[in-house]
Design a protein around this ligand. Structure first.
Ligand code: COA
Length: 385
């Protein structure tokens, strides 16, 4: 396998983008990444998108986006793995370059979710849960994560306040991110007293419905000298794992097995220990998700994710900064784009380009992106060289 570097990143301002179509949204981010890298063409493209058919009535995105981007005729594929479609697009692009098949590959992600109403968005998202057992019986993602939260509270004593601390921290970070959908700050009381969505999760424990895209450009590490003179960021670890989609089929739903496995695989491939990681973007689709993911990756012992959030260990100046971008909670969650936006944040931090939210001495960063209630997970590790 060849060593692979990320040489360009691009992302647009996320939110309700009424005046842009899905192709406009994707192309804006892709052109920014192309511009950031300095490449004059791309050889292949992978686009993470969960459900453009249900959200905007458009499938066949690979060809559509290649054509709209002015790169018609290149091999271009749409990649789907629910909310980790972006992470999977990144891994597909990585394997494409590493294998020697193509040199300059764009990995992107896009979703336009706000053209349908709340019911339509909930229906489209729920297609990533177990249709015959969970969805048939009325479960939605806020409901499934509420079950996980209740189980975690019961087993470990995780408190309502600890869940709220995750949202407070992510909105603090998001307030420093000009591309975030909800860059406002909040408080523990503001989270707890927001309208209830699925007990114990309120509106402020949930990631929002978002339109947005992100894109990155990959090339063989020995070719980076040909392009723009950014600090070189190499992909050093990639882990991918799956689990039962349905919560009831798992041995335990206070931890996430696919995240545990993917995290270990990525670390092993990178030849790193968790203590080498300087920052991590995780999939906080709900506040409880960030707590369980940080435990499942091994940053904290089971049951210690909540106390760690409360103690400030995951803040920008904490022991392990988590979601410096604002996470899905504040930055937004256009599901197919999220995994690529996590890579955007890690690369920006490793290059020292994160402005007000820049962490000190960022050398190695991790991104964890998961689908549904954890039925699929991608973990990537990147290092600045
Ligand atoms: N955080 C903070 N504020 C939010 C928000 C969020 N997650 N979602 C919406 N808002 C705000 C809106 O800006 C709006 O504010 P305004 O009245 O000042 O304009 C208000 O809350 C109502 O917005 P609306 O779009 O009507 O909310 P909704 O009730 O239709 O949807 C949720 C709220 C939480 C149900 C919806 O965002 C949701 O389903 N989130 C989870 C998404 C999901 O499951 N993703 C996949 C994860 S696996």
């Amino acid at each position: 396998m060849r060593d692979v570097a990320v040489i360009g990143v691009g992302m647009n301002k996320w939110g309700e983008l009424w005046d842009m179509s899905i192709r406009d949204i994707f192309t804006e981010a892709a052109l920014k990444a192309i511009d950031d890298s300095g490449v004059d063409h791309i050889d292949a493209m992978y686009i993470g998108c969960m459900s453009s058919g249900l959200f905007v009535g458009q499938e066949h995105l690979g060809s559509l986006m290649a054509d709209y981007l002015g790169q018609g005729n290149i091999p271009a594929s749409r990649v789907e793995s629910a909310c980790c479609s972006g992470g999977l697009a990144f891994r597909s692009a990585y394997m494409d370059v590493a294998s020697g098949m193509n040199d300059i590959v764009l990995a992107g992600g896009v979703e336009k979710m706000t053209d349908v109403g709340g019911d339509g968005a909930t229906y489209a998202l729920a297609t990533a849960a177990d249709g015959e057992y969970e969805v048939y019986n009325g479960a939605t993602f806020p409901g499934l994560y509420a079950l996980m939260a209740r189980a975690h509270m019961e087993r470990y004593g995780t408190t309502r306040k600890q869940l709220a601390e995750v949202a407070v921290k992510n909105h603090d970070n998001g307030s420093k991110n000009p591309l975030a959908q909800f860059p406002f700050k909040t408080t523990v009381d503001g989270v707890i007293n927001a309208v209830m969505v699925a007990d114990p999760l309120t509106l402020m424990d949930c990631s929002p419905i978002t339109d947005g895209a992100a894109a990155v450009i990959l090339c063989p590490a020995d070719m980076i000298g040909k392009y723009k003179n950014h600090p070189a960021v190499k992909i050093i670890g990639s882990g991918h794992a799956t689990d039962s989609i349905a919560l009831h089929s798992r041995d335990d739903f206070t931890s996430l097995k696919a995240t545990e496995i993917a995290g270990k695989k990525a670390l092993q491939m990178a030849g790193k220990k968790l203590s080498d990681i300087n920052l991590c973007e995780v999939h906080d689709c709900f506040t409880i998700a960030e707590i369980v993911v940080t435990e499942s990756l091994g940053f904290f012992e089971p049951g210690q994710g909540g106390p760690a959030a409360e103690a400030g260990d995951t803040r920008i100046d904490g022991k392990i900064p988590i979601n410096t971008s604002g996470g899905l909670k504040s930055k937004g969650h256009p599901v197919g784009a999220t995994g690529i936006a996590q890579i955007y944040e890690v690369v920006s931090q490793l290059r020292g380009e994160s402005g007000e939210r820049q962490i000190k001495n960022a050398k190695v960063g991790m991104a964890q992106n998961m689908g549904g209630s954890g039925g699929s997970t991608l973990v990537h590790i990147l290092e600045v060289i």
